[in-house]
Design a protein around this ligand. Structure first.
Ligand SMILES: *Cc1c(COP(=O)(O)O)cnc(C)c1O
Length: 403
């Protein structure tokens, strides 16, 4: 069992007040809060060894390089990648996806097919549309069901010899649905298609094993798993990363440069042009350490308790509907009959409660349910039943004021 008070003490922001009320932070799906261990890592970097990495002969540069590469190894171990150079540090999920989409723009041909799921975040739709347009490939979509799950039966029918790539999120950010990525990967591989899994919403709750999954690419952001913004990861199998062209040209990603021809550096540097987010990468490593110290089994157990508790209490409110009811993480997307989600969100904010309202960068899902958006409460292991009770009272109050 987790000692919740001890864990909450790790997050200084949980002490603050919003509009005179204690902050209740239920927007963890957009970004998680940052524990002292990670904040201290950031302060330590800028206080003691801020320097550019990889090229310096001086002590600070060597210290920064060592810490940055140690972080890469922490991340490698966390995801169980075979080699540390299969972990590319990027600015986040969106950039990681763009690295792959831009690489495949040069490889795909007319007539090739690419499959995405109906549950995607815009960052996992738009880059593929751009890629398909460039390459003349066709984008196909795995439909979703009323309960927020994917129609895997239809996906299996969509696969054929022309399928080259499949993209799916591990967990939907709008509904919290946990997708059957094992099945998706296995079936895609039967047709020789590569699979990219967007783990941005899964990694705060689940510890994926990329070798066991046999996934080709797995991407995530640090800021949803207790790390800082502006840094994330692209995992790719060595042979695939070697096959893809570099994303950006610049310093650090070259082997030799003349005006006639440049040869590229090996992995991971080929995909890491320019000065990276050095402090962010090191702090990403600290975030991974922090979450593993708590333990993903503990995190999941705690979040399930919170999810069950909040779901039961919310459903006691007349006219309240929850979207996405299949297997899921601690995300609750809901609406109340006849009330705009934005209005509920605004009243909750006045009461110190942070939720998200809108389409959650997943407009196709909202179109499926024929709604403009939802109120989304996304819970984390540091939340409490008391906070949920306060939200329930606030939602009831909002309903009374607005209907
Ligand atoms: C948050 C999120 C993204 C985008 O992540 P960035 O950090 O903004 O790049 C992509 N996919 C999913 C499922 C997300 O939840």
């Amino acid at each position: 069992m987790l000692d919740i008070n001890k864990i909450r003490a790790d997050f200084p922001i949980l002490e603050r007040k919003v509009h005179g009320k204690p902050l209740i932070y239920f927007d963890n799906g957009a970004t998680s809060q940052t524990p002292t261990a990670v904040i201290d890592t950031i302060v330590d970097y800028y206080t003691n060894y801020n320097a550019n990495i990889h090229r310096g002969v001086h002590t600070l540069s060597q210290e920064a390089t060592d810490k940055y590469e140690e972080a890469r190894i922490k991340i490698q171990k966390h995801f169980n990648a075979k080699h540390s150079y299969e972990i590319i540090l990027t600015s986040g999920t969106t950039e990681s996806i763009n690295v792959i989409a831009s690489g495949f723009s040069a490889i795909l041909k007319e007539g090739d097919e690419v499959i995405v799921s109906a549950l995607e975040h815009h960052s996992n739709i738009v880059p593929w549309q751009m890629m398909c347009e460039k390459a003349g490939a066709t984008l196909r979509v795995i439909p979703m069901d009323e309960d927020g799950s994917l129609r895997i039966d239809l996906f299996e029918e969509m696969l054929n010899e022309n399928t080259k790539l499949v993209f799916c999120n591990h967990v939907s950010n709008a509904l919290g649905t946990i997708n059957p990525i094992e099945k998706i990967i296995e079936n895609a591989h039967k047709f020789g298609a590569y699979v990219l899994i967007d783990g941005a919403q899964a990694c705060p709750h689940i510890k994926p094993d990329v070798q066991q999954l046999d996934v080709d690419f797995y991407v995530t952001s640090a800021h949803k798993m207790c790390g800082p913004t502006g840094v994330g990861m692209l995992y790719g199998k060595q042979e695939l990363l070697e096959m893809l062209p570099p994303y950006q040209g610049g310093g650090e990603m070259i082997d030799t440069v003349t005006f006639e021809k440049t040869t590229y550096a090996g992995l991971p540097h080929k995909f890491e042009a320019g000065t990276p987010n050095i402090c962010g990468g090191i702090a990403f490593g600290a975030a991974v350490d922090y979450m593993n110290a708590i333990g993903f089994d503990n995190i999941q157990e705690r979040e399930h308790q919170l999810l069950d508790y909040a779901t039961k209490k919310l459903l006691e409110i007349d006219g309240l509907k929850i979207y996405g009811t299949s297997t899921k993480t601690s995300v609750i997307s809901f609406n109340i009959d006849g009330i705009h989600p934005y209005d509920i969100g605004s009243i909750l904010d006045k009461l110190g409660i942070a939720v998200r309202t809108g389409h959650h960068c997943a407009q196709p899902i909202m179109d499926f349910y024929k709604i403009p958006g939802t109120v989304r409460a996304s819970l984390s292991f540091y939340n409490t039943e008391d906070e949920i009770d306060t939200m329930i009272e606030a939602v009831k109050k909002a309903k009374m004021m607005l209907s």
